[in-house]
Design a protein around this ligand. Structure first.
Ligand SMILES: C[S@@+](CC[C@H](N)C(=O)[O-])C[C@H]1O[C@@H](n2cnc3c(N)ncnc32)[C@H](O)[C@@H]1O
Length: 176
């Protein structure tokens, strides 16, 4: 497992959020039949690195899911999320310690631009087959192509949205 100390250090350097319009664009893309399809209320959404909770709250209210889970390891950000969005379920923890929640999720969202690359791979095998994975750190895609049998053309759904005060490219894949 990656040293959490280094993970914390990097997380402290960037604290961005995904815009509400960006979340809507991601949900629109996910809802396309050839990407993920209908997001009914029983689906479980997990935001890995949920920060102030605003993105998770947008995901929950705009999709209509009953259960929206956020995992965030910086206490002040977690506390802000709990105070502002009581309808969501927040956990104060590193995602590396919450692989049971990863395994429950149908849709995983992570605005992980500031994450050490090892973090994604530390929870990768816990993601269930068929889950949709939305991520910002697009260098993940290179490893998915070369080591995990994802096809360059067909497996990656790409969109650009406003996140972290800039235009950011997100990729969506379905876990094989
Ligand atoms: C760029 S913010 C994204 C906030 C929110 N998801 C959004 O898109 O608006 C990323 C968050 O991930 C958190 N984070 C980084 N590594 C983490 C880890 N291993 N476990 C839990 N949270 C982590 C950081 O502290 C930071 O608050």
């Amino acid at each position: 497992m990656l040293e959490l100390k280094e993970n914390y250090r990097l997380a402290g350097t960037i604290n961005g959020t995904t815009s509400a319009e960006g979340i809507q664009a991601i949900l629109d893309k996910l809802g396309e039949a050839e990407v993920y399809g209908n997001i009914d209320s029983s689906k479980v959404i997990l935001d890995i690195g949920s920060g102030d909770g605003s993105a998770l709250n947008e995901l929950k209210t705009r999709s209509g899911v009953t259960r929206a889970i956020g995992v965030e390891f910086i206490e002040s950000r977690h506390d802000e999320a709990v105070a502002n969005y009581p309808e969501c379920e927040f956990h104060l923890a590193a995602i590396q310690e919450k692989l049971d929640l990863v395994a429950e999720a149908d849709i995983i969202f992570t605005n992980d631009i500031c994450f050490p690359k090892e973090v994604f791979w530390s929870y990768w095998s816990s993601i269930k087959v068929g889950a949709a994975v939305v991520y910002n750190k697009i260098s993940n895609s290179v490893k998915l192509i070369h080591h995990y049998d994802y096809d360059r053309r067909e497996d990656f759904n790409k969109l650009t949205v406003e996140a972290n005060n800039m235009l950011s490219e997100f990729h969506i894949i379905i876990k094989k």
